[in-house]
Design a protein around this ligand. Sequence first.
Ligand code: HEC
Length: 145
Amino acid sequence: MGMTMSIRLAAALLLFAGTGLAGAQEVLIAQGESVFRTCAGCHAVGSGARNKVGPQLNNLVGRTAGTAGDYRYSAAMTAAGGAGLVWTEKSLAAWLKGPRRYVNGTKMSFPGLRSDDDIAAVIAYLKSFDSDGLPPPDASSYEPR
Ligand code: HEC
């Protein structure tokens, strides 16, 4: 019994410490959620996200460009993926700064985001969704029993 209590207490303290450390990241993600309003007319992300005018954006970081299922990409985006373009924080930042410059011939009719802060925030927000549109499991979700 005493043992159980101390494990619980340790877990609570770990969670508490984790929350403090995660604070800055959570602020960035919240900022990204509001930046995403400029994308949301064309893109869905999160649980149950479907393709709209643009492809759904779950599990985006690490995904090869032009590969969301059941979405009809431009020839330019399909070719970019075929040539090896993978969405990373770096490639996404370049894409979001100037989509038409980055993938010449894309059908994403969006001029791009001017602010590097907005770009970093929206990438952090998108990174917070896994393939099912749920937060990816991480160390802070580990609960000792
Ligand atoms: C006016 C509609 C529109 C808006 C607004 C828009 N997009 Fe797109 N987006 C598209 C379309 C259409 C494509 C497909 C491009 C292609 O096939 O060339 C696309 C493609 C993408 C891709 C590539 C996905 C893949 O599967 O390879 C990413 C990433 C993306 N958009 C992110 C964003 C983000 C983030 C925003 C907001 C900052 C945004 N888009 C705003 C229409 C839009």
